[in-house]
Design a protein around this ligand. Structure first.
Ligand SMILES: Cc1cc2nc3c(=O)[nH]c(=O)nc-3n(C[C@H](O)[C@H](O)[C@H](O)COP(=O)(O)OP(=O)(O)OC[C@H]3O[C@@H](n4cnc5c(N)ncnc54)[C@H](O)[C@@H]3O)c2cc1C
Length: 400
């Protein structure tokens, strides 16, 4: 019997990988809630930071770009760097892509993956079904990887929650719940700044607590980007060009350099169009660090060290930690303990070789978990263009 390949994940990376495997005639079963990170874990009204050219979900055949979706849906084509993509349009694009190329997606969770001798992998689904896959592609993206710094986590022993004193930004799809309330947002990346702006527009009084002097900054608009540097999906710069189009050698860099670049390149910077919605509407508190947090009579209180070394307290009705995501194999609990123990890792991330293959034959990772091996481009939708055809080609050669 020919066992199928299992693709776990139905975000941009899972859908794109599945489409590429299919086009090679490989039988595939694809699992996940389509575009759920965008639908349930990002705020309604959000605009994408990536430009249209950097927001295509890569497909093996023409006709599946964002602009093609716009044509099919009869909406204005989003193509230039000045066209800003509403999240609702991007979600609809992902669902259209799924209908066209992965129509038989199975909306169930994979609860466990274990090695099955030399035959492949044993998978259990939350429907109760068990089956064997000859290879497994993990494309679970942001799921389960939201990161809360220890100083904030200590204030909420039961975990962050939108209805408690402290939450993570991934727990909000509707910021209108903060209308008329005081809110602190911790972080300085696009997610922090856009969450703050959207909450202020919904009627909240918002302060952003950001680490470091001048940490809240916004990118240059497309018409002010330096003309003599090469164009990349993220703006004009040699470094961005290299990581976007040449991620091959990334995995040969020393581990310190790889982990540092994943965090720093394309790091905290607000989108150019966010500046006027933020400045004058949201208060910024620059700090050296958040020392600790506690909850007094239900009110979260942050202890902060100012850039000048003074101690300050700051409180509000609620604190949102827009503190990002951290890949950690230990948090991917659907991978069986024996599998996780055998997997070669570097600082909690899987070590990947050519074609996104892990150290366990037949087990592949793409998207965010692959960023420590293939660079920061893997954190973004445009990473599908490099990753999906290469992963599919490797898998077809080794397990096709
Ligand atoms: C606030 C915010 C804004 C962003 N803006 C941009 C942007 O403008 N442009 C850009 O390129 N990127 C942006 N990103 C990054 C973007 O989220 C990722 O590039 C993209 O979503 C990664 O896609 P993915 O397919 O790897 O994972 P995800 O989109 O996270 O999808 C994960 C999938 O895995 C499935 N899954 C998880 N566990 C299981 C399981 N056990 N069984 C079955 N299925 C499972 C889920 O159901 C889901 O379908 C943003 C991220 C955030 C947080």
């Amino acid at each position: 019997m020919i066992h199928p390949v299992a693709v776990i994940g139905a975000g941009p990376f899972g859908l794109s990988t599945a489409a590429h495997l299919r086009s090679r005639g490989i039988p595939v079963r694809v699992f996940g809630d389509p575009m759920v990170s965008w639908r349930a874990h990002m705020p309604a009204g959000m605009l994408l930071k990536s430009t249209p050219v950097a927001s295509n979900i890569d497909a093996p055949q023409r006709g599946h770009d964002l602009a093609d979706y716009c044509d099919a849906a009869g909406i204005r084509r989003l193509v230039t760097d000045e066209d800003i993509i509403p999240i609702e349009t991007f979600i609809a694009y992902g669902e259209w892509f799924k209908e066209k190329l992965v129509p038989d997606l199975e909306q169930v969770r994979v609860v466990s993956v274990d090695r099955k001798g030399t035959a492949g992998f044993d998978l259990k689904l939350d429907s109760g079904e068990q089956f064997t896959a000859r290879a497994v592609v993990v494309a679970t993206g942001l799921s389960g990887l939201a990161q809360l710094p220890p100083s904030l986590a200590a204030a909420v022993p039961d975990g962050p929650s939108p209805s408690g004193p402290v939450s993570h930004s991934s727990q909000h799809s509707d910021l209108s719940r903060f209308a008329g309330r005081e809110l602190i947002v911790v972080g300085a990346g696009q997610s922090a700044l856009e969450t703050a702006a959207l909450a202020a527009e919904a009627g909240a009084t918002v302060k952003v607590v950001a680490r470091g002097r001048g940490s809240v900054a916004f990118g240059a608009p497309p018409w002010k980007q330096p003309k003599l540097r090469p164009v990349s999906p993220f703006g004009r710069a040699w470094s961005l060009y290299a990581i976007s189009y040449y991620p091959h050698p990334y995995r040969y860099l020393p581990p310190q350099a790889r982990h540092y670049l994943v965090r720093r390149v394309l790091g905290p910077l607000g989108a150019w169009w966010l500046r006027e919605r933020y400045e004058g509407k949201v208060e910024t508190r620059e700090v050296r660090r958040v020392i600790s947090a506690d909850v007094r009579d239900g009110i979260p209180v942050l202890r902060l060290e100012t850039p000048g070394g003074r101690l300050r307290e700051l409180s509000a009705d609620h604190v949102i930690a827009a503190t990002g995501y951290r890949v950690d194999i230990a948090a991917m609990d659907f991978l069986g303990p024996a599998l996780r123990a055998r997997l070669a890792t570097s600082r909690g991330t899987p070590k990947l070789g050519a074609g996104y293959a892990s150290s366990i034959p037949g087990l592949y990772f793409t998207g965010l978990p692959a960023a420590a091996s293939y660079g920061p481009v893997m954190r973004f939708v445009c990473g599908t263009e490099f990753a999906s055809p290469r992963l599919a080609a490797h898998l077809a050669r080794a397990h096709g």
